[in-house]
Ligand binder design. Structure first.
Ligand code: ASP
Length: 436
Protein backbone atom coordinates (compact mmCIF):
# COMPACT_ATOMS: atom_id res chain seq x y z
CA UNK A 1 0.00 0.00 0.00
CA UNK A 2 1.37 3.35 -1.06
CA UNK A 3 -0.25 6.75 -0.57
CA UNK A 4 0.65 10.15 -1.97
CA UNK A 5 -0.26 13.02 0.31
CA UNK A 6 -0.64 16.55 -0.95
CA UNK A 7 -1.13 19.38 1.53
CA UNK A 8 -2.69 22.69 0.53
CA UNK A 9 -1.50 26.15 1.55
CA UNK A 10 -3.73 26.53 4.59
CA UNK A 11 -2.47 23.16 5.90
CA UNK A 12 1.08 24.54 5.82
CA UNK A 13 0.57 28.20 6.66
CA UNK A 14 2.24 28.10 10.09
CA UNK A 15 4.34 25.91 12.37
CA UNK A 16 1.18 24.86 14.16
CA UNK A 17 -0.32 23.61 10.89
CA UNK A 18 2.96 21.91 9.95
CA UNK A 19 2.78 19.97 13.19
CA UNK A 20 -0.68 18.68 12.34
CA UNK A 21 0.64 17.63 8.94
CA UNK A 22 3.63 15.90 10.54
CA UNK A 23 1.29 13.97 12.84
CA UNK A 24 -0.90 12.94 9.90
CA UNK A 25 2.09 11.64 7.95
CA UNK A 26 3.53 9.81 10.91
CA UNK A 27 0.20 8.22 11.79
CA UNK A 28 0.28 6.08 8.64
CA UNK A 29 3.54 4.76 7.28
CA UNK A 30 2.05 4.13 3.84
CA UNK A 31 2.02 7.94 3.34
CA UNK A 32 5.34 7.85 1.56
CA UNK A 33 5.48 10.78 -0.87
CA UNK A 34 4.56 14.26 0.23
CA UNK A 35 3.62 17.14 -2.08
CA UNK A 36 3.43 20.50 -0.28
CA UNK A 37 1.93 23.79 -1.44
CA UNK A 38 3.38 27.14 -0.44
CA UNK A 39 2.29 28.60 2.91
CA UNK A 40 -1.23 29.98 2.51
CA UNK A 41 -3.26 32.30 4.68
CA UNK A 42 -3.00 32.02 8.47
CA UNK A 43 -6.07 34.18 8.92
CA UNK A 44 -8.63 35.78 6.63
CA UNK A 45 -6.77 39.01 5.79
CA UNK A 46 -3.39 37.29 5.48
CA UNK A 47 -1.53 37.08 2.16
CA UNK A 48 -0.51 33.78 0.56
CA UNK A 49 3.22 33.42 0.03
CA UNK A 50 2.60 32.81 -3.70
CA UNK A 51 0.93 36.22 -3.92
CA UNK A 52 3.80 37.82 -2.01
CA UNK A 53 6.21 36.25 -4.51
CA UNK A 54 4.21 37.52 -7.47
CA UNK A 55 4.46 40.96 -5.96
CA UNK A 56 8.23 40.61 -5.55
CA UNK A 57 8.48 39.58 -9.17
CA UNK A 58 6.60 42.70 -10.27
CA UNK A 59 8.79 44.90 -8.09
CA UNK A 60 11.95 43.34 -9.52
CA UNK A 61 10.61 43.59 -13.07
CA UNK A 62 10.00 47.30 -12.45
CA UNK A 63 13.68 47.57 -11.52
CA UNK A 64 12.92 48.48 -7.91
CA UNK A 65 14.57 47.28 -4.74
CA UNK A 66 13.12 43.99 -3.40
CA UNK A 67 14.86 43.81 -0.02
CA UNK A 68 11.76 44.56 2.06
CA UNK A 69 9.51 42.21 0.12
CA UNK A 70 12.02 39.37 0.34
CA UNK A 71 12.48 39.97 4.06
CA UNK A 72 8.72 39.71 4.61
CA UNK A 73 8.63 36.37 2.81
CA UNK A 74 11.65 35.09 4.67
CA UNK A 75 9.94 36.02 7.94
CA UNK A 76 7.05 33.70 7.03
CA UNK A 77 9.41 30.77 6.58
CA UNK A 78 11.59 31.62 9.58
CA UNK A 79 8.50 31.66 11.77
CA UNK A 80 7.73 28.12 10.64
CA UNK A 81 11.31 26.90 11.07
CA UNK A 82 11.52 28.36 14.58
CA UNK A 83 8.10 27.06 15.56
CA UNK A 84 9.17 23.57 14.53
CA UNK A 85 12.47 24.01 16.39
CA UNK A 86 14.44 22.86 13.39
CA UNK A 87 18.17 23.19 13.18
CA UNK A 88 17.90 24.37 9.62
CA UNK A 89 18.15 27.57 7.63
CA UNK A 90 16.99 28.83 4.25
CA UNK A 91 19.47 31.75 4.22
CA UNK A 92 21.45 30.43 1.26
CA UNK A 93 18.29 29.70 -0.75
CA UNK A 94 16.98 33.21 -0.12
CA UNK A 95 20.28 34.75 -1.25
CA UNK A 96 20.17 32.76 -4.45
CA UNK A 97 16.51 33.51 -5.18
CA UNK A 98 17.06 37.22 -4.61
CA UNK A 99 20.08 37.30 -6.91
CA UNK A 100 18.19 35.41 -9.61
CA UNK A 101 15.18 37.71 -9.39
CA UNK A 102 17.33 40.81 -9.69
CA UNK A 103 19.42 39.42 -12.56
CA UNK A 104 16.48 38.10 -14.57
CA UNK A 105 12.96 38.46 -13.16
CA UNK A 106 10.86 35.49 -14.32
CA UNK A 107 7.28 35.27 -13.12
CA UNK A 108 7.00 31.47 -13.00
CA UNK A 109 10.33 31.11 -11.26
CA UNK A 110 9.27 33.66 -8.64
CA UNK A 111 5.87 32.07 -8.04
CA UNK A 112 7.32 28.56 -7.78
CA UNK A 113 9.70 29.41 -4.95
CA UNK A 114 6.88 29.24 -2.41
CA UNK A 115 6.55 25.49 -2.92
CA UNK A 116 10.29 25.01 -3.37
CA UNK A 117 11.10 26.57 0.01
CA UNK A 118 8.21 24.90 1.81
CA UNK A 119 9.34 21.57 0.36
CA UNK A 120 12.81 22.14 1.79
CA UNK A 121 11.35 22.73 5.26
CA UNK A 122 9.06 19.73 4.97
CA UNK A 123 11.95 17.46 3.94
CA UNK A 124 14.04 18.68 6.89
CA UNK A 125 11.12 18.30 9.28
CA UNK A 126 10.33 14.75 8.17
CA UNK A 127 13.98 13.79 7.63
CA UNK A 128 13.37 12.53 4.09
CA UNK A 129 14.95 13.41 0.71
CA UNK A 130 13.85 16.51 -1.22
CA UNK A 131 13.26 16.04 -4.96
CA UNK A 132 13.19 19.30 -6.90
CA UNK A 133 10.12 19.23 -9.16
CA UNK A 134 12.15 20.95 -11.91
CA UNK A 135 14.20 17.74 -12.20
CA UNK A 136 11.25 15.39 -12.59
CA UNK A 137 8.24 17.22 -14.06
CA UNK A 138 8.47 18.46 -17.64
CA UNK A 139 6.40 20.62 -19.92
CA UNK A 140 6.36 20.41 -23.71
CA UNK A 141 6.72 23.19 -26.26
CA UNK A 142 3.02 24.09 -26.06
CA UNK A 143 3.28 24.51 -22.31
CA UNK A 144 1.33 21.33 -21.51
CA UNK A 145 2.66 18.54 -19.34
CA UNK A 146 5.04 16.20 -21.13
CA UNK A 147 3.39 13.10 -19.75
CA UNK A 148 5.71 10.52 -21.20
CA UNK A 149 8.97 12.12 -20.12
CA UNK A 150 7.60 13.09 -16.70
CA UNK A 151 6.27 9.61 -15.96
CA UNK A 152 9.49 7.96 -16.96
CA UNK A 153 11.92 10.22 -15.12
CA UNK A 154 9.76 10.75 -12.06
CA UNK A 155 9.04 7.02 -11.66
CA UNK A 156 12.75 6.21 -11.89
CA UNK A 157 13.58 8.87 -9.31
CA UNK A 158 10.87 7.73 -6.91
CA UNK A 159 12.06 4.16 -7.23
CA UNK A 160 15.34 5.31 -5.66
CA UNK A 161 13.63 6.87 -2.62
CA UNK A 162 11.32 5.02 -0.31
CA UNK A 163 10.04 8.35 0.95
CA UNK A 164 10.42 11.87 -0.43
CA UNK A 165 9.07 15.40 -0.59
CA UNK A 166 8.29 16.79 -4.05
CA UNK A 167 7.16 20.43 -4.05
CA UNK A 168 3.93 21.15 -5.91
CA UNK A 169 2.97 23.65 -8.59
CA UNK A 170 5.97 23.65 -10.94
CA UNK A 171 8.27 21.76 -13.25
CA UNK A 172 10.71 22.52 -16.02
CA UNK A 173 9.65 24.25 -19.23
CA UNK A 174 10.91 23.24 -22.64
CA UNK A 175 13.18 26.31 -22.59
CA UNK A 176 15.02 24.99 -19.55
CA UNK A 177 13.35 27.47 -17.19
CA UNK A 178 11.04 26.79 -14.29
CA UNK A 179 7.39 26.76 -15.29
CA UNK A 180 4.31 26.59 -13.08
CA UNK A 181 0.88 25.13 -13.57
CA UNK A 182 -2.02 27.56 -13.23
CA UNK A 183 -2.97 28.69 -9.72
CA UNK A 184 -3.82 25.89 -7.34
CA UNK A 185 -1.58 23.62 -9.41
CA UNK A 186 -0.05 21.66 -6.53
CA UNK A 187 -3.11 19.45 -6.86
CA UNK A 188 -1.89 18.55 -10.33
CA UNK A 189 1.58 17.71 -9.04
CA UNK A 190 0.06 15.38 -6.44
CA UNK A 191 -1.83 13.60 -9.15
CA UNK A 192 1.24 13.25 -11.38
CA UNK A 193 3.30 11.88 -8.50
CA UNK A 194 0.53 9.44 -7.60
CA UNK A 195 0.49 8.08 -11.11
CA UNK A 196 4.26 7.82 -11.47
CA UNK A 197 4.50 6.07 -8.09
CA UNK A 198 1.63 3.72 -9.02
CA UNK A 199 0.04 4.72 -5.73
CA UNK A 200 -3.05 3.10 -4.27
CA UNK A 201 -4.52 6.38 -3.06
CA UNK A 202 -3.93 10.06 -3.66
CA UNK A 203 -4.82 11.90 -0.45
CA UNK A 204 -5.43 15.57 -0.98
CA UNK A 205 -5.41 17.39 2.36
CA UNK A 206 -7.11 20.75 2.62
CA UNK A 207 -9.13 22.77 5.12
CA UNK A 208 -12.56 21.29 4.43
CA UNK A 209 -13.81 17.75 4.91
CA UNK A 210 -14.31 17.09 1.21
CA UNK A 211 -16.88 18.29 -1.28
CA UNK A 212 -20.23 19.67 -0.34
CA UNK A 213 -23.35 18.94 -2.37
CA UNK A 214 -23.60 22.60 -3.23
CA UNK A 215 -22.09 25.99 -2.55
CA UNK A 216 -22.31 26.88 1.17
CA UNK A 217 -22.61 30.54 0.21
CA UNK A 218 -25.98 29.71 -1.32
CA UNK A 219 -27.31 26.89 0.87
CA UNK A 220 -26.74 26.97 4.63
CA UNK A 221 -24.58 24.13 5.82
CA UNK A 222 -25.02 21.76 2.86
CA UNK A 223 -24.35 18.06 3.36
CA UNK A 224 -21.06 16.52 2.25
CA UNK A 225 -20.45 14.13 -0.63
CA UNK A 226 -18.96 10.77 0.37
CA UNK A 227 -18.36 9.27 -3.07
CA UNK A 228 -18.19 11.03 -6.39
CA UNK A 229 -17.03 9.65 -9.72
CA UNK A 230 -14.44 11.40 -11.85
CA UNK A 231 -17.10 12.09 -14.46
CA UNK A 232 -19.48 13.63 -11.97
CA UNK A 233 -16.72 15.77 -10.58
CA UNK A 234 -15.77 16.93 -14.03
CA UNK A 235 -19.35 18.02 -14.66
CA UNK A 236 -19.56 19.84 -11.35
CA UNK A 237 -16.19 21.54 -11.52
CA UNK A 238 -16.83 22.63 -15.07
CA UNK A 239 -19.92 24.33 -13.73
CA UNK A 240 -18.07 26.19 -11.07
CA UNK A 241 -17.66 23.89 -8.05
CA UNK A 242 -14.12 24.17 -6.79
CA UNK A 243 -11.97 22.40 -4.23
CA UNK A 244 -9.60 20.63 -6.54
CA UNK A 245 -7.72 21.94 -9.60
CA UNK A 246 -9.55 20.67 -12.69
CA UNK A 247 -6.43 19.25 -14.31
CA UNK A 248 -5.67 17.16 -11.24
CA UNK A 249 -8.20 14.57 -12.26
CA UNK A 250 -6.69 13.42 -15.53
CA UNK A 251 -3.40 11.78 -14.46
CA UNK A 252 -4.96 9.63 -11.74
CA UNK A 253 -8.16 8.97 -13.59
CA UNK A 254 -6.32 7.15 -16.32
CA UNK A 255 -4.47 5.09 -13.75
CA UNK A 256 -7.63 4.32 -11.75
CA UNK A 257 -6.18 5.82 -8.54
CA UNK A 258 -8.85 7.17 -6.19
CA UNK A 259 -8.47 10.63 -4.67
CA UNK A 260 -9.46 11.14 -1.06
CA UNK A 261 -10.09 14.77 -0.09
CA UNK A 262 -9.30 15.11 3.62
CA UNK A 263 -9.29 17.87 6.23
CA UNK A 264 -5.98 18.60 7.98
CA UNK A 265 -7.88 20.20 10.84
CA UNK A 266 -10.22 17.22 11.23
CA UNK A 267 -8.22 14.21 10.09
CA UNK A 268 -10.76 11.80 11.55
CA UNK A 269 -13.42 12.88 9.02
CA UNK A 270 -13.60 10.50 6.10
CA UNK A 271 -13.83 13.29 3.55
CA UNK A 272 -14.79 12.70 -0.07
CA UNK A 273 -13.67 9.83 -2.26
CA UNK A 274 -13.28 10.59 -5.94
CA UNK A 275 -13.40 7.29 -7.79
CA UNK A 276 -13.72 5.82 -11.24
CA UNK A 277 -16.81 3.88 -10.34
CA UNK A 278 -18.52 2.73 -7.16
CA UNK A 279 -21.24 0.40 -6.02
CA UNK A 280 -21.56 2.19 -2.67
CA UNK A 281 -25.11 2.94 -1.72
CA UNK A 282 -25.84 6.57 -2.41
CA UNK A 283 -27.26 8.84 0.22
CA UNK A 284 -29.28 10.76 -2.39
CA UNK A 285 -30.26 10.41 -6.05
CA UNK A 286 -28.21 13.45 -6.95
CA UNK A 287 -24.54 13.90 -6.12
CA UNK A 288 -24.15 17.63 -6.48
CA UNK A 289 -25.53 20.90 -7.77
CA UNK A 290 -23.35 23.61 -9.27
CA UNK A 291 -23.87 26.52 -11.57
CA UNK A 292 -22.60 29.65 -13.19
CA UNK A 293 -24.13 32.96 -14.11
CA UNK A 294 -23.77 35.18 -17.14
CA UNK A 295 -24.44 33.14 -20.22
CA UNK A 296 -26.07 34.34 -23.44
CA UNK A 297 -28.37 32.46 -25.77
CA UNK A 298 -28.49 32.92 -29.50
CA UNK A 299 -31.86 31.69 -30.72
CA UNK A 300 -32.05 30.95 -34.44
CA UNK A 301 -35.20 30.13 -36.38
CA UNK A 302 -35.63 29.00 -39.95
CA UNK A 303 -38.54 27.15 -41.45
CA UNK A 304 -37.54 23.61 -42.46
CA UNK A 305 -34.08 23.94 -40.93
CA UNK A 306 -34.10 20.30 -39.92
CA UNK A 307 -34.22 19.26 -43.59
CA UNK A 308 -31.28 21.45 -44.49
CA UNK A 309 -28.11 19.38 -44.50
CA UNK A 310 -25.18 21.09 -42.84
CA UNK A 311 -27.29 23.73 -41.07
CA UNK A 312 -25.86 23.16 -37.59
CA UNK A 313 -22.34 22.95 -38.88
CA UNK A 314 -22.67 26.30 -40.63
CA UNK A 315 -24.13 27.96 -37.52
CA UNK A 316 -21.25 26.61 -35.47
CA UNK A 317 -18.87 27.91 -38.08
CA UNK A 318 -20.11 31.43 -37.34
CA UNK A 319 -18.95 30.96 -33.75
CA UNK A 320 -15.74 29.28 -34.75
CA UNK A 321 -14.82 32.10 -37.11
CA UNK A 322 -15.14 34.45 -34.14
CA UNK A 323 -13.21 32.13 -31.83
CA UNK A 324 -16.06 31.63 -29.41
CA UNK A 325 -16.50 28.31 -27.66
CA UNK A 326 -19.94 26.87 -27.25
CA UNK A 327 -21.45 25.61 -24.00
CA UNK A 328 -24.71 23.98 -25.06
CA UNK A 329 -26.83 23.59 -28.13
CA UNK A 330 -30.41 22.55 -27.47
CA UNK A 331 -32.49 22.41 -30.65
CA UNK A 332 -36.10 21.99 -31.72
CA UNK A 333 -37.94 21.70 -35.01
CA UNK A 334 -37.06 24.83 -36.99
CA UNK A 335 -35.23 26.33 -34.00
CA UNK A 336 -31.78 26.07 -32.59
CA UNK A 337 -30.24 27.72 -29.55
CA UNK A 338 -26.56 28.20 -28.93
CA UNK A 339 -25.47 28.98 -25.38
CA UNK A 340 -22.21 30.88 -24.91
CA UNK A 341 -20.33 32.69 -22.14
CA UNK A 342 -21.27 36.35 -22.08
CA UNK A 343 -17.70 37.53 -21.49
CA UNK A 344 -16.46 35.76 -24.62
CA UNK A 345 -19.44 36.72 -26.73
CA UNK A 346 -20.58 40.24 -25.94
CA UNK A 347 -18.02 42.22 -27.87
CA UNK A 348 -18.32 39.95 -30.90
CA UNK A 349 -22.08 39.48 -30.96
CA UNK A 350 -22.80 41.51 -34.09
CA UNK A 351 -20.06 39.84 -36.00
CA UNK A 352 -21.49 36.42 -35.06
CA UNK A 353 -25.01 37.48 -36.05
CA UNK A 354 -23.87 38.70 -39.46
CA UNK A 355 -21.89 35.51 -39.99
CA UNK A 356 -25.00 33.43 -39.19
CA UNK A 357 -27.00 35.45 -41.71
CA UNK A 358 -24.33 35.03 -44.34
CA UNK A 359 -23.93 31.30 -43.75
CA UNK A 360 -27.50 30.01 -43.24
CA UNK A 361 -29.92 32.81 -44.14
CA UNK A 362 -32.12 32.29 -41.06
CA UNK A 363 -35.62 33.72 -40.57
CA UNK A 364 -34.54 35.34 -37.30
CA UNK A 365 -31.72 35.54 -34.79
CA UNK A 366 -32.44 36.65 -31.25
CA UNK A 367 -29.94 37.21 -28.49
CA UNK A 368 -30.76 37.10 -24.81
CA UNK A 369 -28.36 37.71 -21.97
CA UNK A 370 -28.43 37.26 -18.20
CA UNK A 371 -28.86 33.50 -18.22
CA UNK A 372 -27.56 31.32 -15.40
CA UNK A 373 -26.93 27.61 -15.92
CA UNK A 374 -27.38 25.08 -13.14
CA UNK A 375 -26.12 21.52 -13.42
CA UNK A 376 -27.82 18.86 -11.35
CA UNK A 377 -25.39 15.96 -11.44
CA UNK A 378 -25.77 12.39 -10.25
CA UNK A 379 -24.92 8.90 -11.40
CA UNK A 380 -28.05 7.81 -9.56
CA UNK A 381 -30.33 9.52 -12.09
CA UNK A 382 -29.95 6.67 -14.54
CA UNK A 383 -31.80 4.28 -12.30
CA UNK A 384 -34.24 6.67 -10.61
CA UNK A 385 -37.31 7.82 -12.41
CA UNK A 386 -38.72 11.30 -12.20
CA UNK A 387 -35.56 13.23 -11.41
CA UNK A 388 -36.17 15.82 -14.11
CA UNK A 389 -39.79 16.26 -13.13
CA UNK A 390 -38.77 16.75 -9.47
CA UNK A 391 -36.35 19.49 -10.54
CA UNK A 392 -39.03 21.21 -12.62
CA UNK A 393 -41.65 20.95 -9.89
CA UNK A 394 -39.24 22.36 -7.32
CA UNK A 395 -38.62 25.37 -9.53
CA UNK A 396 -42.20 25.96 -10.55
CA UNK A 397 -43.31 25.80 -6.90
CA UNK A 398 -41.00 28.74 -6.27
CA UNK A 399 -42.29 30.58 -9.32
CA UNK A 400 -38.98 30.24 -11.15
CA UNK A 401 -39.24 30.24 -14.90
CA UNK A 402 -37.04 27.69 -16.67
CA UNK A 403 -35.55 29.22 -19.79
CA UNK A 404 -33.67 26.22 -21.09
CA UNK A 405 -33.29 22.50 -20.42
CA UNK A 406 -30.54 20.22 -21.59
CA UNK A 407 -30.22 16.67 -20.37
CA UNK A 408 -26.79 15.22 -21.07
CA UNK A 409 -26.92 12.10 -23.20
CA UNK A 410 -25.16 10.17 -20.43
CA UNK A 411 -28.05 10.66 -17.99
CA UNK A 412 -25.48 11.98 -15.58
CA UNK A 413 -26.70 15.53 -15.49
CA UNK A 414 -29.56 17.86 -16.18
CA UNK A 415 -28.68 21.41 -17.11
CA UNK A 416 -31.26 24.09 -16.67
CA UNK A 417 -31.12 27.74 -17.57
CA UNK A 418 -32.77 30.35 -15.38
CA UNK A 419 -32.50 34.13 -15.08
CA UNK A 420 -29.36 35.31 -13.28
CA UNK A 421 -31.58 36.79 -10.58
CA UNK A 422 -33.25 33.39 -9.92
CA UNK A 423 -29.92 31.58 -9.58
CA UNK A 424 -29.64 31.30 -5.78
CA UNK A 425 -33.29 30.51 -5.23
CA UNK A 426 -33.25 27.84 -7.91
CA UNK A 427 -30.27 26.08 -6.31
CA UNK A 428 -31.91 26.24 -2.88
CA UNK A 429 -35.15 24.83 -4.24
CA UNK A 430 -33.40 21.91 -5.95
CA UNK A 431 -31.30 21.17 -2.87
CA UNK A 432 -34.34 21.14 -0.59
CA UNK A 433 -36.18 18.79 -2.91
CA UNK A 434 -33.52 16.12 -3.08
CA UNK A 435 -31.63 16.40 0.18
CA UNK A 436 -33.43 15.91 3.43
N1 ASP B 1 0.75 28.07 -4.28
C1 ASP B 1 0.06 28.00 -5.52
C2 ASP B 1 -1.16 28.89 -5.48
O1 ASP B 1 -1.38 29.61 -4.51
C3 ASP B 1 -0.26 26.62 -5.92
C4 ASP B 1 -1.07 25.81 -4.94
O2 ASP B 1 -1.22 26.17 -3.78
O3 ASP B 1 -1.57 24.77 -5.33
O4 ASP B 1 -1.90 28.93 -6.42
Amino acid sequence: MKKIVKFGGSSLASAEQFKKVGAIIKADDTRVYVVPSAPGKRFKEDTKVTDMLLHVYQTAADGKNIDNEMAAIKARYDEIIEGLELDFSLDAEFEEIKANLIAEPEVDYAASRGEFLNGKIMAAYLGVPFIDAAEVIFFNEEGALNTYKTDKILAARLAECERAVIPGFYGLGKNGKVKTFSRGGSDVTGSIVARAAKADVYENWTDVSGFLITDPRIVDNPKGIRYITYRELRELSYMGASVLHEDAIFPVRKAGIPINIKNTNKPEDEGTWIVESTGQKQDYVITGIAGKKDFCTVFITKAMMNAEIGFCRKVLQAFEENEISIEHMPSGIDTMTVVVHADEFMNKEQSVVSAIHRLVEPDSVEIESGLALIAVVGRGMKSASGTASKVFTALSNKGINIRMIDQGSSELNIIIGVKNSDFDNAIKAIYDTFIS
